[in-house]
Design a protein around this ligand. Structure first.
Ligand SMILES: Cc1ncc(COP(=O)(O)O)c(C=O)c1O
Length: 455
């Protein structure tokens, strides 16, 4: 069936929610390099078991292409899933492009982003294995609010270390988390050794995801068996849970007889981009021509400027060491407004696929991203999160290329979240107060010198 020009939203029924997640591990061009204990010579297995429940660790290394989604999780997904795939026809018209642009609207979840897809799954598997409390970090606050939402549904206590610059920029995110029953601290805090060490060096530290992760991991490790740690991106099991996004998108394209030529997502730790695009990778491997683009900010260009190397996942070297693109574990990014894109590393699966040229990455300045976000708001009406504007910018660029060539390409991007609690950032943009920051090459070299010697 050809696409009905008038069809704006491609909607699936609740019965069409995929019953299994897609696991990219068996389809990777080569196996992932294994993670290491932060004290390299010690075994990583028991250490990871202190932090995560067994079921999530099994998912981490599973070679099953599809993994069943438990009924309890599906029941919760039904609160907002399936999410619509929307034809951005007004944006197309504004751009004057022959391209067809679609966006998968993950902003309709209760927390306002894709993050609950994994928060609910992680809370479920933790609860099933007796966890009573979860600690985590959050940048922009989207992940923290998703875990607060999920923890509340399963009766888990949630402690959140929120990067201080975001805590101050987005006070209402904190309120959301507290409404769902979580406790929230501005990181670095005086509560942990990691936090105190940073504050001793720099009492005005704006914080970073790397520091907040250290605090959350330290809290979990020191609190004993009933407290575990939860990560909102980067890890294989997080990406696995996010593939519900791409699997639905595939069904929605099938429904209207269309198929994407270009897929775009922004990358912080890589989870929304990967969840959206990985289910298309088997098609690409079978010869389907599909360009898959990850977009990062110039201020935190892990994939486009960092080396593909083993590094710590956090500043205080408490979290596992992984092989990934990295800007160095002690990297403190400029306080750009896309807080969720300020992570020094990148998901190992995304890193490997980039290194193998299955997917590609670009970096853009934040003013260009905000500009694209405003165009989107004016044409399609929805206010995107600053993170999401990075994907919109590249979708627009690709559509403008089609305008030049006359090609009718199909461009789809993941609308990872709304920006209703990021209005301060948009206000600054509209007032001309947002400046660009490009990460200097010299600093990348400095970071290289501090990488752990593994293997
Ligand atoms: C709306 C939104 N999009 C994207 C991201 C980036 O994270 P990830 O790369 O894991 O999807 C975040 C992270 O906080 C976010 O809140």
């Amino acid at each position: 069936m050809a696409l009905d020009e008038k069809e704006k939203k491609i909607v699936l029924s609740e019965n069409d929610i995929p019953k299994q997640w897609y696991n990219v591990n068996p389809d990777l061009p080569k196996p992932l390099d294994p993670p290491f204990h932060p004290k390299i010579s010690e075994p990583v297995g028991p250490y990871l078991a202190q932090l995560f429940p067994m079921e999530l660790l099994k998912q981490e290394t599973s070679m099953d292409r599809f993994i069943d989604i438990p009924k309890e999780i599906l029941d919760i997904y039904r609160m907002w899933r399936p999410t619509p795939l929307v034809r951005a026809d007004r944006l197309e018209k504004f751009l004057g492009t022959p391209a067809r642009i679609y966006y998968k609207n993950e902003s309709v979840s209760p927390a306002g982003s894709h993050k609950p897809n994994t928060a609910v799954a992680q809370a479920y598997f933790n609860k099933a294995e007796g966890t009573k409390r979860l600690t985590t970090e959050t940048g922009a606050g989207q992940w923290g609010s998703a875990l607060a939402f999920a923890g509340n549904l399963f009766g888990l206590d949630i402690t959140i270390y929120m990067v201080k610059v975001s805590y101050n920029q987005k006070p209402y995110r904190k309120t959301m988390m507290r409404m769902w029953g979580a406790e929230v601290f501005a990181s670095p805090t005086e509560k942990t050794e990691s936090g105190r060490a940073i504050l001793a060096q720099d009492p005005d530290s704006p914080g970073s995801l790397g520091i907040a992760i250290s605090e959350a991991v330290e809290d979990a490790l020191k609190s004993g068996g009933h407290t575990k740690y939860s990560l909102g991106s980067v890890l294989n099991h997080v990406i696995l849970h996010q593939t519900i996004v791409g699997l639905e998108t595939k069904k929605q394209f099938e429904k209207v007889g269309d198929y994407p030529d270009i897929l775009v997502g922004c990358i912080g730790g890589g989870s929304n981009f990967a969840g959206f695009s990985f289910p298309f990778i088997p098609d690409k491997q079978k010869g389907q021509k599909i360009k898959i683009v990850a977009v990062e900010p110039d201020a935190c260009p892990s994939v486009t400027k960092g080396p593909f190397a083993y590094d710590y996942g956090d500043t205080a070297k408490l979290g596992p060491i992984a092989k990934m693109y990295t800007l160095g574990h002690d990297f403190v990014p400029a306080g750009i407004h896309a807080g969720g894109l300020r992570y020094h590393g990148m998901a190992p699966q995304v890193s490997l696929l980039c290194n193998e040229k299955v997917i590609e990455a670009v970096a853009i300045p934040q003013t260009k991203a905000f500009e694209a976000g405003i165009i989107f708001t004016k044409t399609e009406g929805i206010i995107p999160a600053p993170e999401t504007t990075h994907a919109i910018k590249i979708a627009i660029d690709e559509a403008l290329k089609c305008k030049e060539t006359g090609e009718k390409k199909v461009i789809a991007f993941n609308f990872s979240g709304h920006g209703h609690l990021d209005l301060g950032a948009f206000e600054s943009y509209l007032d001309g107060k947002i400046v660009d920051y490009e990460y200097p090459e010299k600093k990348v070299k400095e970071a290289l010198a501090k990488l752990p010697k593994v293997g």
